[in-house]
Design a protein around this ligand. Structure first.
Ligand SMILES: NC(=O)c1ccc[n+]([C@@H]2O[C@H](COP(=O)([O-])OP(=O)(O)OC[C@H]3O[C@@H](n4cnc5c(N)ncnc54)[C@H](O)[C@@H]3O)[C@@H](O)[C@H]2O)c1
Length: 326
């Protein structure tokens, strides 16, 4: 089997392109980009590819067996559904969609097809986080803090200010939720989210630009996740994991393991951007060989989306929400 793909949206989609092109004989045949200026540049840069502003060129092409979706968040749902209806496997940027109804629709249709999907939850490929994961003793963990410090406030004022339903929970906190659920191999039962737009209230970004949420797990574990869209800070994933006789942290000063009064450095690459393409490449291997296990399972993807959407409800109704897993 050869992987012939189409990529939609050439922002982060450029990284999708680079992960796919020539990996295990996979190729990108078509690039879809709706920005006219980018489109002309892409035509010059990739003279042997089909460059189009019409996504249906990808969906109608019989050779294409993989669609890589890196468009704005509000297009993901429709593009996933079109991919499934046209029998194409899917790589989709997070979030998969923006509502519970859409999530259920995706699951229903996916269940009827023998097609595969992956969301680009790239933190799982980070070498430092893989090391931290190995140090966690699940039964001893009692509290975790995981902060997505975006450090790219300016980005809030582009397409994220324009689309309906944009959410920093679905757009940013999702990465930290996925990381923690992956770390401790367990899912929260309840979520209570809080939001503020103190820094952005006079700007064109009308949603909450800071989100803090508390997740309750079984066994008395509490997790605090934040998505901080407005901090004056470098882009950073700050983590503190408190377990009975040990604390593990990732801070801008480094990563450490604290035991009694001793501090040990944890060595691992961060942010380790080079490894991010491994998620897409692992997915390609799962398409080529049934024995290969995905880095993110289908249920992992629906779980993290269910948690995020419950957090959205919590924000809306201003109360704690029991998470219903799709
Ligand atoms: N996994 C990650 O770590 C990560 C990082 C950045 C962005 N993202 C996600 O990737 C997506 C794109 O974000 P970005 O940062 O690349 O934005 P961006 O603005 O840098 O680039 C998006 C590009 O896609 C094009 N585009 C948008 N909708 C399109 C459509 N329907 N058809 C064709 N072209 C379309 C735009 O013209 C633009 O060129 C978002 O869903 C975002 O959440 C994920």
């Amino acid at each position: 089997m050869k992987i012939i793909s189409g990529v939609i949206g050439m922002g982060i989609g450029q990284k999708h392109y680079e992960a796919i092109e020539n990996y295990k004989k996979s190729k990108v045949k078509i690039i879809c980009e709706k920005n006219r200026i980018k489109l002309l540049k892409l035509k010059k840069k990739y003279p042997n590819k089909i460059i189009t502003s019409d996504e249906n060129v990808i969906f109608k092409d019989k050779d294409i067996n993989l669609v890589s979706i890196a468009s704005y968040d509000n297009y993901h749902f429709k593009q996933i559904i079109k991919s499934l209806k046209n029998n194409k496997n899917i790589i989709v940027e997070k979030p998969m969609c923006l509502t519970f109804k859409e999530l259920k629709n995706i699951k229903n249709l996916l269940n009827k097809k023998s097609l595969k999907i992956t969301s680009n939850l790239v933190l799982r490929t980070n070498s430092l986080f893989k090391k931290i994961k190995r140090k966690i003793n699940k039964k001893d963990v009692f509290y975790i803090e995981a902060d997505y410090i975006w450090g790219r406030k300016i980005k809030l004022f582009g397409w994220r200010s324009k689309i309906k339903n944009y959410s920093l929970i679905l757009g940013a906190a999702i990465h930290m939720i996925d990381l923690i659920v992956w770390f401790i191999k367990d899912k929260p039962i309840k979520v209570h989210a809080f939001g503020s737009n103190k820094v952005t209230k006079n700007s064109k970004f009308k949603k909450k630009s800071l989100i803090v949420m508390m997740l309750e797990f079984k066994n008395d574990l509490i997790v605090k996740i934040s998505a901080n869209g407005v901090a004056e800070h470098q882009h950073f994933h700050e983590i503190k994991i408190f377990q009975k006789n040990e604390t593990i942290v990732n801070t801008i000063k480094g990563s450490f393991e604290i035991k009694k009064d001793k501090i040990f450095q944890i060595k691992g690459k961060y942010p380790d951007k080079k490894n991010r393409k491994l998620l897409i490449q692992n997915f390609i291997r799962t398409l080529l060989d049934k024995k290969i296990k995905p880095l993110v399972t289908v249920q992992d993807q629906f779980d993290v989306m269910s948690i995020c959407l419950a957090a959205e409800q919590s924000l809306k109704y201003r109360r704690k929400i029991k998470i219903k897993y799709v």
